[in-house]
Design a protein around this ligand. Structure first.
Ligand SMILES: NC(=O)c1ccc[n+]([C@@H]2O[C@H](COP(=O)([O-])OP(=O)(O)OC[C@H]3O[C@@H](n4cnc5c(N)ncnc54)[C@H](OP(=O)(O)O)[C@@H]3O)[C@@H](O)[C@H]2O)c1
Length: 281
C-alpha cells in the first residue's frame, strides 16, 4: 500500500500586533522581527513620515500587512484613536507592545514639572489605559502584552526608574492574574541601548562604558521570545543582567551614586541640560 502523506499544514496566522513608539529604536526593531514572523502590524508613533517609511520597507521586504496609526499619546483624542483600534471587534489585536517611553534627565529638585508629568503619562498612564482597553478582548480570544520597562526599574534611579518600576510591578501582577486565562503579560527590562532615547532626554552617554550597551535587535528578539514563552519578566543581554545583579547585591546608596554618575542604568545629565536647569531654576 502506498505510504500516506499528511496534508500540508495550513500556515499558522500569528495575528495582529500593535506597537507603540514604532517609529524608531526598539519599537522599529520589534516591528521588523514581528513582520518577519508573519504578524500583521499596527504601528503607532508621532512621526508620520518615519511610520510610513517603515511600513513601506516591511511590506516590500517581508510582504507584511502594515497599518500606520500616527498618534501623539500625550493627546487625549489621539490616545482614544489607539484605544478604539485596540478594541476593534472586526480587526482584533492579539499582541500589544507598550514600548513608547521617555526619560527626564534632571533629578526631581531640578526638573520641570511638566516634563515629569509628560513622562509619567507616557510611561505609566498610557500603558495602563492601553492594557485596560485590550484586556477584555484578549481574555475572550487569548493573547499577549509586552511592556517595555527598564533595568532602571530595579534600582534607585529617580522618577524615570520609579515609572518603570510601576510598569514592572503591574506586569508581574497581570502575568500571575491572567496567565491561566490565556493572556500572557511580560515585562522587558533592557539596559542601555543606542537609540534616540538619550538624545531626546538630553542624557549624556560619554561616561558609559561600551560593554554596558545591548544591541537593539537582541533586546527586541529576546523580548518577543520571552513573551511568546509566557515569561513574567525578562532582562535581555548579559550586560543588563550584570547591572541588575550588582544593583540587587550592593547597598542602595552605592547603586544610586553609581547610577547618578553615569556608570549604571540610563546615563547622566549632560552639560547642556545642566545649564538649562541652572537658567530655569
Ligand atoms: N534606550 C535605552 O537605553 C533604554 C533602556 C531601557 C529601556 N528603554 C525603554 O525602551 C523604550 C523604547 O525607547 P527607545 O530606546 O527605542 O527610544 P526612542 O528611539 O526615543 O523611541 C521612543 C519611541 O517612542 C515614541 N514616542 C515618544 N513620545 C511619544 C508620544 N508622546 N506619543 C507617541 N509616541 C511617542 C517615539 O516616536 P515619535 O517620536 O515618532 O513619537 C519613538 O518611536 C522606552 O520605553 C524606553 O523607556 C530604553
Amino acid at each position: 500500500m502506498p505510504k500516506q502523506t499528511a496534508p500540508p499544514l495550513a500556515p499558522v496566522d500569528p495575528g495582529t500586533a500593535l506597537i507603540t513608539g514604532a517609529s524608531s529604536g526598539l519599537g522599529e526593531a520589534f516591528a521588523r522581527h514581528l513582520a518577519q514572523q508573519g504578524y500583521r502590524l499596527v504601528l503607532t508613533g508621532r512621526s508620520v513620515d518615519a511610520l510610513a517609511e517603515l511600513a513601506h520597507t516591511l511590506e516590500s521586504d517581508y510582504d507584511a500587512t502594515v497599518e500606520t496609526l500616527p498618534a501623539d499619546l500625550s493627546d487625549d483624542e489621539d490616545l482614544q484613536r489607539v484605544v478604539d483600534r485596540l478594541c476593534s471587534p472586526t480587526h482584533p489585536v492579539g499582541f500589544l507592545i507598550n514600548n513608547a517611553g521617555i526619560g527626564v534627565a534632571e533629578e526631581l529638585h531640578a526638573s520641570e514639572l511638566d516634563d515629569e508629568l509628560a513622562m509619567l503619562r507616557l510611561n505609566v498612564e498610557v500603558p495602563l489605559r492601553l492594557c485596560h482597553a485590550v484586556l477584555p478582548g484578549l481574555l475572550r480570544r487569548g493573547g499577549r502584552i509586552l511592556n517595555v520597562s527598564s533595568v532602571a526599574a530595579l534600582m534607585p534611579r529617580g522618577t524615570y526608574g520609579a515609572s518603570k518600576s510601576w510598569l514592572l510591578a503591574f506586569s508581574e501582577w497581570a502575568h500571575t492574574r491572567y496567565r491561566a486565562e490565556g493572556v500572557h503579560v511580560t515585562a522587558l527590562c533592557p539596559g542601555p541601548m543606542r537609540t534616540q532615547f538619550h538624545d531626546r532626554a538630553r542624557i549624556s552617554l560619554r561616561r558609559r562604558p561600551g560593554w554596558s550597551f545591548t544591541a537593539v535587535d537582541q533586546v527586541a528578539l529576546e523580548g518577543i521570545a520571552a513573551c511568546q514563552e509566557g515569561r513574567a519578566v525578562h532582562i535581555p543581554g548579559r550586560a543588563a543582567r550584570v547591572l541588575s545583579r550588582v544593583s540587587r547585591l550592593a547597598p542602595s546608596g552605592v547603586v544610586e551614586r553609581l547610577a547618578r554618575t553615569g556608570i549604571t542604568a540610563t546615563g547622566s545629565v549632560d552639560a547642556a541640560s545642566t545649564k538649562r536647569t541652572e537658567r530655569t531654576s
